[in-house]
Design a protein around this ligand. Structure first.
Ligand code: HXC
Length: 513
């Protein structure tokens, strides 16, 4: 045979692996793209390098599945995203529904292990009917190997799951183990599908209602990002990666800033009402402070009383954790605790300084919170702040009450540089509540109880409920004018970037769960 014959045969095999226009058409009809079209959108143009294209199921009997094909239903490889190396696996729904058999799993694990060895992020594009039925336990064992590799890579390289079609059964646990989950509106994830739910629970529910992208972005919080379609989704993945380092020993990507680090923000004096009862959107505060107003919000649609996400200050990536007074008055509940704790751990893992913008009246009271375990879940937030060794900076914008003061990056939790605006209220509780408890008898006995009550409230407000008591004790580092917030944070960031803090050596702590 001549060389050109060999080349022709190679090309034939690769063409089989690539699938037919009919396969692509079937995906397009479902409003989805093919595995290779998705990878082309994820990676920089012409930078993706496929590996294991010619992998086949191990046993002949498996090939009885009529859709069997070179590649075994998943495309794996590496390439550049924003100029940096990233590994990926994209399930190919045109091969036996993208179902996962032994070699399919081996390909994914191999790519993950390479990503781990070379310190590169790993992105999994999921679109699969789950465990390949014909391969039985070999397929289940493959899932277990993937889960194990997810755990080993956790905290070392960024792991991102992108759900672009079905993801059902135990298959959901690989995404569940990763740092971030993206979903499209027409994708879905569930442990058991609508049929099982109907037979076991006598509950009628559609795929979308049970585990559609919107449900996981708004109700369960399983999805950190929601996109309308594959294209928008993969663009968002690229954006997220632009804020993350390649691995836990690298710093996040610095981008030379265009925004002036000394820029004053006088608008802040109007965005935040002095009246503590009045709500506002803390995202406007974030936009005013950060470089070019750019903020990538994580978990945008879930636990909206807490706002978290990535931004840059003077070109350096920072993670923002902010109470949101326009939702549940900014109180901290179970979901908000979990959301912030997860984000803080992500920041700490990937060397992203944490900026806390605090305006919090306290924890949300009530039986639903107590029965749901606010004690255990609120503790996660404390644990995450305490454990974080990255720079921890904070501005108290308005309210800072009670337990919420303690848990949100306080000095006691080794917050680095903490500031408050002059209108800030730092106390065990609000003035009215405090007077009711401390002076109940005195108010009752007064000639004019209401007037006396107001007098005592004013006195409390003046004496205790301000930032100066905390400033006098060094519990905050300075009281600043709102307009100086950006420049103060940037200067604080510069001095703390060299921070190197280590924990007492131990196997690992026992974070509340
Ligand atoms: C083998 C599968 C398959 C599977 C789909 N196919 N799922 N083959 N194992 N799990 C095949 C179909 O037979 C079909 O082959 C082709 O893929 C396309 O499937 P369709 O049903 O025609 O496609 P569509 O209408 O788009 O529906 C996709 C689907 C559906 C929603 C994923 O196929 C489906 O419900 N599949 C079963 C899902 C499931 O219950 N999986 C097991 C979950 S439990 P032909 O030859 O006709 O083209 C699990 C345990 C994991 O995964 C445990 C891990 C710890």
């Amino acid at each position: 045979m001549e060389m050109e014959d060999y080349i022709r045969k190679l090309r034939e095999r690769k063409a089989i692996a690539a699938g037919t226009p009919k396969d692509a058409e079937a995906q397009h009809q479902k409003g989805r793209l093919t595995a290779r079209e998705r990878l082309a959108l994820l990676f920089d143009p012409d930078s993706f390098n496929e590996i294991d294209t010619l992998v086949m199921p191990r046993y002949e009997s498996y090939m009885g599945g009529k859709g069997s094909r070179y590649g075994d239903g998943v495309v794996t490889g590496f390439g550049l995203v924003n100029g940096r190396q990233v590994f990926a696996a994209a399930q190919d729904a045109s091969v036996m529904g993208g179902s996962l058999g032994e070699m399919h799993a081996n390909k994914i694990v191999k790519a993950m292990r390479m990503a781990l060895a070379y310190g590169c992020p790993f992105v999994a594009l999921n679109d699969s009917g789950g465990a390949r039925i014909q391969e039985g336990v070999d397929s289940l064992a493959g899932y277990a190997r993937i889960f194990d590799t997810n755990c080993e890579a956790s905290g070392v390289i960024p792991q991102i799951s992108v759900i672009l079609g079905p993801c059902a059964g135990g298959a959901v646990y690989s995404p569940g183990l990763t740092d971030f989950i993206f979903m499209t509106e027409n994708s879905y994830m569930f442990i058991t599908g609508p049929e099982v739910v109907k037979s076991v629970m006598q509950e009628n529910v559609s795929q979308e209602e049970l585990g559609g992208g919107r449900v996981h972005a708004t109700e369960s919080g399983v999805a950190h990002f929601l996109a309308t379609d594959d294209r928008e989704c993969l663009q968002k993945v690229r954006e997220l990666l632009s804020y993350l380092p390649s691995n836990n020993v690298n710093d996040p990507p610095y981008v030379p800033p265009r925004d002036d680090p000394e820029r004053r923000c006088p608008e802040l004096e109007h965005i935040v009402p002095v009246d503590p009862q009045k709500p506002y959107d803390v995202r406007q505060v974030i936009a005013s402070i950060v470089d070019d107003g750019r903020f990538l919000e994580v978990h945008e649609l879930w636990a909206q009383n807490m706002v978290v996400g990535f931004a840059r200050l003077d070109g350096y990536v920072v993670g923002i954790v902010a109470n949101q007074p326009q939702v549940l008055a900014g109180t901290i509940d179970i979901k908000a605790s979990i959301k912030a704790a997860h984000f803080i751990r992500i920041c700490d893992t990937y060397n992203v300084p944490i900026i806390t913008l605090q305006d919090v009246p306290g924890f949300l009271p009530g039986t639903s919170q107590e029965y749901g375990g606010i004690i255990r879940n609120g503790a996660r937030l404390i644990y995450a702040y305490s454990e974080a060794t990255v720079p921890k900076l904070m501005i108290i914008l308005r309210k800072s009450y009670g337990g919420a003061y303690c848990v949100m990056s306080s000095k006691g939790l080794r917050g680095d540089l903490l500031y408050a605006w002059p209108n800030a209220e730092l106390a065990v509780m609000g003035a009215a509540g405090a007077v009711n408890i401390l002076f109940r008898n005195e108010v009752k006995a007064a000639a004019n109880p209401e007037a006396r009550r107001q007098e005592l409230i004013d006195e409390y407000q003046e004496k205790f409920n301000n930032p100066y008591v905390a400033a006098a004790r060094g519990l905050i580092d300075d009281v600043i004018e709102p307009r100086d917030s950006r420049r103060v944070l940037i200067r604080a960031l510069h001095v703390t970037l060299s921070k190197r803090e280590r924990h007492v050596p131990k196997k690992h702590g026992i974070s509340p769960m």
